[in-house]
Design a binder for this molecule. Structure first.
Ligand SMILES: C[S@@+](CC[C@H](N)C(=O)[O-])C[C@H]1O[C@@H](n2cnc3c(N)ncnc32)[C@H](O)[C@@H]1O
Length: 232
């Protein structure tokens, strides 16, 4: 399973096709999952947001569109070609308010202690070489009094969804992915990393282990994906 530098080069290789593959392979449901994340952040009412592992920028851009223009948003990722896609999308939209896309490794975030009151991460945590270290870094940069973490990530599906989803993941997704991106290996990795990822309760436990409190998990679409929300 790729870690660190290999994850960087894997995302570099698919950066130009990532958005299309995302929407195609999820049947467009990924827009709904990201909207759930954005709405949760909006309800929290942050004053400064860091969107980690921002990739091609869909979450950062949706946050920019939905949050008040006086709230600065920083998108950080360690893969420059993905950041270039994000910057290109930002350049084409006339969005008021501060939004920047910059290099940032989630194992060593370029952010001050207690500097933001919302950290978001969508489909990034699964790729970390050290999840505990990444979660601890996220907590470090969150304000203690009102900081919150929002994690959108694949999880283990509910029992009724499993018979539909497991064959899709194993037999259909890697082939559709090869057709859309030409990189079957990257999507074999995707399927494997999803199967191995902790379920909602186990991830909640890991978040508590990194110091987060009041952890809540919401399954989406039969728990194909979960939104975890926690206090920093
Ligand atoms: C599946 S993409 C998700 C992108 C975006 N958040 C979205 O919702 O589409 C995963 C991203 O995580 C980034 N990533 C993985 N590990 C990282 C790390 N340690 N530091 C920064 N970015 C990381 C990859 O470069 C990639 O852009």
């Amino acid at each position: 399973m790729p870690v660190g530098k290999n994850v960087q080069s894997m995302f570099s290789g698919i950066s130009g096709k990532y958005d299309f593959a995302n929407h195609f392979l999820s049947g467009g449901v990924d827009w709904y999952w990201r909207a759930k994340l954005v709405n949760a952040v909006k309800r929290h009412g942050p004053t400064a947001v860091a969107d980690l592992a921002c990739g091609s920028g869909d979450v950062s851009l949706a946050l920019r569109k939905n949050l008040s223009t006086d709230i600065p948003i920083q998108g950080l990722d360690f893969c420059e070609p993905m950041l270039d896609v994000a910057r290109g999308k930002l350049g084409k939209r006339n969005l008021p308010g501060e939004l920047s896309f910059a290099f940032g490794d989630c194992m060593d975030l370029p952010l001050e202690d207690k500097s933001v009151d919302a950290v978001t991460i969508a489909f990034g945590l699964r790729n970390f070489e050290d999840r505990h270290k990444g979660l601890t870094e996220m907590r470090r940069v969150l304000k203690r009094d009102r900081g919150a973490l929002f994690v959108l990530e694949f999880t283990q599906p509910d029992p009724w969804m499993k018979p539909i989803y497991a064959p899709y993941l194993k037999y259909v997704l890697p082939h559709l992915a090869r057709l859309t991106t030409g990189d079957k290996a990257a999507y074999d990795y995707l399927a494997g990393s999803i199967e191995e990822f902790p379920d909602k309760e186990s991830l909640s436990q890991e978040m508590r282990g990194a110091g987060f409190t009041d952890v809540k998990a919401f399954g989406l679409t039969g728990s194909i994906v979960a939104l975890h929300v926690a206090k920093g």
